[in-house]
Design a protein around this ligand. Structure first.
Ligand SMILES: Cc1cc2nc3c(=O)[nH]c(=O)nc-3n(C[C@H](O)[C@H](O)[C@H](O)COP(=O)(O)OP(=O)(O)OC[C@H]3O[C@@H](n4cnc5c(N)ncnc54)[C@H](O)[C@@H]3O)c2cc1C
Length: 431
């Protein structure tokens, strides 16, 4: 339910900008701690959003928010693992299954983001957050006493709202990143994603039904995310140069890339596309700084690199939890300076590198040689699973650090073998 415009107050403890997973999580936790919180979301929910495959480490966050039962009841498809197919160099298929450990269970979910995000936002409302949908935030300003924003209502009127703290969860808009800090694209990572939903695809029966499928193809990679009720999400990630060279319409480019995978071609034979073809580009950027006097940026508003390992929603919700803890502490101490929020920024900086290191490696042929034939390096592979499930964001035990280093050393060795035998070694990270 949307809070009626009439009841909008001029002053809150915390204003959260954006009602995606990051904003809804932060707002819920802050309200659960007794703070007076308003969340402004510019879109009308439920709304389409990319990012449907979750990581197991997100499930304990549902528990801590108190919405896990509602998520279960929504009937999202259970995701027990992932399967990688090499449709380019012919290295075959590799399937990994998540493993239960002290951090998370052995599965996640694949979710349609429209109902998933709506459910999280409704949960925020039940926790006492004043949620305003179709309310757009502009002109954030930080003063010594307050953070101030202009809120545009659906009726077109504008109201000034102030808060002790501003949480920027505006996703790729990175509202504060643009206004107070800097939103910088990551050099040379100009990738483009093209995606749509289909009904009636024929899934590979040899892998668990809910597994995300990643197909490596000549021009990039394709995701195939099985959803509930016979729906599937399919998208490809290409470098911007490929898109420029090919030209033509987006729909035609999408079809031609999918046609380079025999399994996608077979899977789509009887299927019907049920959404328009969506695109998004230049989605790799950093926002600096992520904290300042009276503000914190969380989720995509703090940065995003690459969708390959489905880490976005987990990082959005985990960063929201860490930021909420820092804000609660700031209210206890009545200290809203950037320094008070630094522990949050430090946790974010510590959690992200394992993902980044694996994302970079994913685009190297030597990594794929090992990853697509994991048996010889099974004990090292545990470290990779620890990252892929999200566990490494918070916990990087000694065994993990050693094995990840050994795995990377094995990649370098494999790279040397490729080089001496004349096989391609160039990374596809930047191309
Ligand atoms: C191609 C691609 C594929 C991806 N696949 C996956 C995947 O499989 N799994 C995964 O976990 N992640 C994936 N991601 C990442 C995922 O989509 C994001 O990381 C995640 O949605 C971040 O959540 P968020 O809450 O930070 O931002 P968002 O979900 O983007 O929410 C931000 C909200 O802020 C609102 N907003 C923006 N500006 C304003 C404003 N001025 N005023 C009010 N409201 C505003 C927006 O309307 C939006 O609802 C993918 C990303 C890309 C680019």
């Amino acid at each position: 339910m949307t809070a009626p415009a009439m009841s909008m107050s001029n002053t809150y403890d915390v204003v959260v900008i954006g009602g995606g997973p990051a904003g809804a999580t932060a707002a819920t936790l802050l309200a659960q701690h007794g703070l007076h919180v308003a969340l402004f979301e510019r879109a009308q929910f439920p709304r389409f959003h990319v990012g449907e495959s979750l990581l197991p480490a997100v499930l304990p966050i549902f528990d801590r928010l108190g919405c896990h039962e509602a998520i279960r009841a929504a009937g999202f498809l259970v995701k027990p693992g992932g399967s990688f197919y090499d449709d380019y160099e012919g290295r075959g298929r590799s399937t990994f299954m998540f493993q239960r450990n002290a951090v998370h269970p052995a599965f996640a979910y694949n979710v349609l983001r429209a109902p998933f995000d709506d459910l999280l936002l409704q949960h925020a409302t039940s926790a006492g957050v004043a949620v305003y949908r179709q309310h757009s935030v502009r002109h954030p300003r930080i003063t010594s006493e307050y953070a101030t924003v202009e809120v545009q209502t659906p009726q077109g009127t504008t109201q000034t709202v102030q808060a002790r703290v501003l949480v920027d969860a505006s996703g790729r808009s990175a509202l504060l990143g643009g206004a107070v800090g800097k939103r910088a694209p990551l050099p040379d990572l100009g990738k483009v994603a093209i995606f749509a939903h289909f009904q009636g695809m024929q899934r590979d029966p040899e892998v668990p039904d809910g597994n995300i499928r990643i197909h490596l193809v000549q021009d990039g990679w394709i995701w195939w995310i099985p959803l509930a009720d016979g729906m599937d999400s399919v998208g490809c990630v290409l470098h911007a140069n490929v898109v420029k060279e090919r030209g033509g319409s987006v729909d035609t480019l999408f079809e031609s890339v999918l046609a380079t995978s025999p399994r996608l071609t077979a899977g789509l034979a009887q299927a019907q596309r049920v959404t328009p073809v969506h695109t998004t580009a230049n989605f790799s950027y950093r926002v600096l700084p992520v904290v300042g006097d009276r503000y914190l940026a969380i989720g995509d508003a703090a940065g995003f690199v690459d969708p390959i390992f489905s880490s976005g929603v987990f990082i959005a919700m985990r960063s929201a939890e860490l930021a909420a803890a820092a804000v609660v502490q700031a209210f206890r101490r009545q200290d809203f300076r950037a320094k008070a929020f630094q522990p949050y920024a430090t946790s974010l900086q510590r959690g992200f590198p394992p993902f980044l290191a694996l994302m970079r490696r994913f685009y190297e042929p030597a990594f794929l040689d090992l990853f697509l034939t994991p048996d010889p390096t099974r004990h090292l592979y545990q470290a990779v699973l620890w990252v892929l499930s999200g566990a490494a964001f918070d916990q990087q035990p000694f065994w993990f650090q050693c094995r990840l280093k050994m795995f990377f050393a094995a990649i370098r060795l494999r790279q040397a073998i490729r080089w001496t035998t004349g096989l391609p070694t160039a990374s596809r990270w930047l191309w």
